[in-house]
Design a protein around this ligand. Structure first.
Ligand code: GLC
Length: 739
């Protein structure tokens, strides 16, 4: 029987193409994205923005069917329902959707994508790997492996099913929405194919075909949800350790930072503050009065963050455990008995945080705890979820209401479901959220930002910190960071400082280290170490207004704060594999030293003129340069003709107490739009923010307040240009002659 291609529209933007009994669905979504499936996966556990748009310009149907999508993009579908996308007549994406019988792996279905030998495949979140993942095998299955080292580890804490490919000169993106396990063979066994296996047989993905990595990643971010807008203070310095075990130790961290004039905004309290590692309890023998402690610190503009673990101590006298047991919210075996694993508190049970009633209960507990203790941030840990006794059984039952839910489906979204209990707790205090998480998936940044778990104080972990954070950033975890100095093992003064230099403009900046390791606070070594660390923290605090503007763009447009070079220079062949440099926004490039004893390195600067941040030297890009950088020196370059807004002389980011705004002018002309609000409350959602248009040209600097809805504390404008400093009173319209 000869098959015939047919099509019909379920809705104006949902096209169903059939051939014999087979069907292929194309749903046209907003922002250059098509949802494509033959076998759809359930999506009720995650929230996607599936707003549709009718993009189809025309369909022609004959031997094959041709869809025109505008922007020079067409898709040709044949009688077997194989399809191929073309840009300007050149093919770039032609996947094969192979069901269980054809996938070559029992029970799995497969999407097989032909790729060129030299294609690049980016994304997949926090894998311990270089940016380009072509040639390796990975798995989406949240995994806590404290000894993870490098590319041999297929999975880590997060499962982000997003790939950004560059093949035949064209970029495109793919997102696989199922929460079940996925496997990716990105050309390890056959360099001409990338194979993506779905354990449950789903043939379901979203395809993004924007013109650049920036457009594609923003479309993906829109679909899964833009990361939430942070507090200004969250761009400050976070100091942590497992653990500051009592009030005296926490106070000492605060005092030492003051004494050494080290900028600081948050101190983290790891599990020792709890009573027997029970969430939302305090060990009063160690912390007699957390409320007074937090108030005392707040007077000094430093706030406290406390950790929560996913597993609860099994203890019928412990209210949280007792309530969860009584309500039937805990993970159960098939025979109905409660599963007991082992985490820090010993025997532990695992709530079904995804159950709306259970979520509301934990939300309320957190609000009470924050009120009682004056806590400013929540840190969610061990939420892959993980038990020291091994993997939780796949058939563990977390069902709620009518929704049957087993661990195999819940696992990758467990962490996010925990984050969803807490992400809005600070709303009760009219504050933006401070909630961060170890386990995550693509939609998580709506609820929590992230850090990348238990790295080690090893030089190659410093090296990998850059591609790891950049890959997270590409995968929607745009506010992310690693433990500065390394978590496990003992750091050295040199490693700590090089780490601080290298990660200094990463979105989340936190020094954290494990129990039994050597202390690694900035003042833990010698005076030189403290001085260099301080210099870098000062540098970070100068860049905060620039980072804050980027955070705003992240939350409103899905634009990345830190970026691999190819994001800004998608057609520069020299940058596709650069793992040891990164860009912050469009205008700042970092190229740090990453090796022990190393004092010089080659740095690639893309085409154009770059200005060395430290020496003011103007350098022609489009080539490698060699730069000497002894300990305490790093590579920072600013794009010529740029304005960078800065703060000056700050130890804390309390917006009300910041009187000055600095504009650092590089080159001979530039434009900038600066955003300003109170940095902490949700009032910006009611429109309470200011915008300033700033420019300089022909020796004239001008500033115009174009939107005035927030009462600004800025009294002074400082302009820096070619080594000259100009100070002016803040006005809604300002013009300064720089000659
Ligand atoms: C986990 C976390 C780590 C924390 C420790 C103790 O290993 O990843 O950051 O310090 O647990 O709570």
């Amino acid at each position: 029987m000869t098959k015939k291609l047919k099509n019909h529209f379920e809705t104006p933007s949902h096209l169903v193409i059939s051939s014999g009994k087979q069907k292929l669905h194309f749903v046209f979504l907003a922002a250059k994205c098509i949802h494509i499936y033959t076998k759809e996966c359930p999506k009720d556990l995650i929230e996607l923005d599936e707003a549709t748009e009718t993009k189809l310009i025309s369909i022609t149907c004959g031997e094959v069917m041709t869809l025109s999508l505008g922007d020079d993009i067409t898709c040709v579908i044949d009688k077997n329902l194989s399809f191929r996308f073309y840009r300007a007549g050149e093919p770039f994406f032609s996947p094969l959707m192979l069901d269980e019988t054809h996938s070559g792996k029992e029970g799995y279905s497969k999407i097989r994508i032909p790729v060129d030998e030299d294609a690049k495949i980016y994304g997949l979140g926090d894998k311990m790997a270089q940016l380009n993942k072509k040639g390796y095998v990975y798995r989406s299955w949240n995994t806590d492996d404290p000894n993870h080292q490098d590319e041999q580890f297929m999975s880590l804490y997060k499962s982000i099913n997003y790939l950004l490919l560059r093949d035949k000169g064209t970029y495109y993106g793919l997102y696989f929405p199922s929460t079940f396990r996925y496997e990716y063979d990105l050309g390890r066994y056959d360099s001409k194919h990338a194979d993506i296996y779905s354990e449950k047989g789903f043939l379901d993905f979203y395809f993004f075909y924007g013109a650049s990595p920036k457009e594609i990643t923003s479309s993906y971010s829109r679909l899964v949800g833009y990361p939430y807008f942070i507090r200004l203070k969250m761009l400050g310095n976070n100091q942590s350790r497992w653990s500051y075990e009592n009030e005296t130790m926490v106070r000492d961290v605060f005092k030492q930072h003051k004494k050494h004039r080290l900028p600081l905004d948050y101190i983290h309290m790891d599990i020792h503050y709890m009573d027997g590692y029970r969430d939302f309890t305090i060990d009063h023998s160690r912390f007699p009065d957390v409320k007074s402690l937090s108030e005392e610190l707040k007077k000094g503009d430093v706030e406290l963050v406390t950790i929560n673990d996913a597993g609860l101590k099994l203890d019928d006298q412990y209210e949280l455990c007792a309530t969860c047991t009584e309500k039937g919210w805990l993970g159960k075996h098939e025979d109905g008995s409660i599963y007991v694993g082992r985490v820090w508190p010993g025997d532990s049970v695992f709530p079904s945080y995804i159950n709306p009633e259970c979520r509301a209960f934990f939300h309320q507990k957190a609000v009470e705890f924050i009120k009682e203790n004056g806590i400013s941030g929540i840190w969610n840990d061990m939420n892959e979820p993980y038990s020291f006794t091994g993997e939780l059984p796949m058939n563990l039952d977390f069902s709620f209401g009518d929704r049957k839910l087993l661990h195999e489906e819940y696992h990758n979204i467990y962490g996010e479901s925990m984050d969803r209990c807490y992400y809005d707790v600070f709303e009760e205090f009219n504050r933006r959220s401070y909630c961060f998480t170890r386990a995550a998936q693509a939609t998580t940044p709506k609820y929590a930002f992230s850090w990348n778990g238990d790295n080690h104080s090893l030089w190659h972990h410093l090296v990998l910190s850059i591609p790891q954070i950049l890959s997270c950033s590409l995968s929607n975890l745009m506010f992310d960071g690693v433990d500065i100095g390394g978590f496990g093992s003992d750091t050295t003064k040199e490693l700590l400082l090089r780490w601080c230099e290298a990660n200094i403009l990463m979105p989340f900046f936190r020094n954290h280290s494990s129990l039994y390791t050597r202390n690694q606070e900035p003042y833990a070594f010698d005076q030189e170490c403290t001085d260099i660390y301080r210099e870098y923290l000062n540098l970070r605090y100068r860049f905060v207004p620039y980072l804050y503007d980027l955070a705003r763009k992240m939350a409103t447009k899905g634009e990345m704060i830190v970026r691999p070079l190819f994001y800004n220079y998608p057609n520069d062949e020299n940058v596709f594999e650069i793992n040891d440099e990164y860009m912050v926004g469009e205008d700042v490039l970092l190229a740090p030293i990453l090796g022990q004893g190393q004092v010089a390195r080659a740095i690639y600067l893309p085409k154009g003129i770059w200005i060395d941040y430290f020496t003011n030297e103007h350098i022609e890009g489009g080539k490698y340069i060699l730069k000497e950088m002894k300990l305490g020196e790093t590579g920072i370059f600013i794009r010529n003709n740029t304005i960078i807004p800065e703060f000056t002389n700050l130890l804390h980011l309390n917006k009300k107490k910041i009187p000055d705004i600095v504009f650092h002018l590089y080159g001979e002309e530039g434009n900038y739009e600066l955003y300003e609000d109170d940095g902490d409350s949700l009032n910006y959602q009611k429109g309470e923010y200011n915008l300033y248009r700033v420019s300089f040209k022909d020796g004239i600097f001008s500033l115009t307040l174009t939107r005035n809805r927030y009462h600004s504390p800025w009294k002074r404008v400082i302009i820096i240009h070619n080594g000259h400093v100009y100070e002016e009173k803040m006005k809604s319209k300002l013009e300064v002659n720089l000659q």
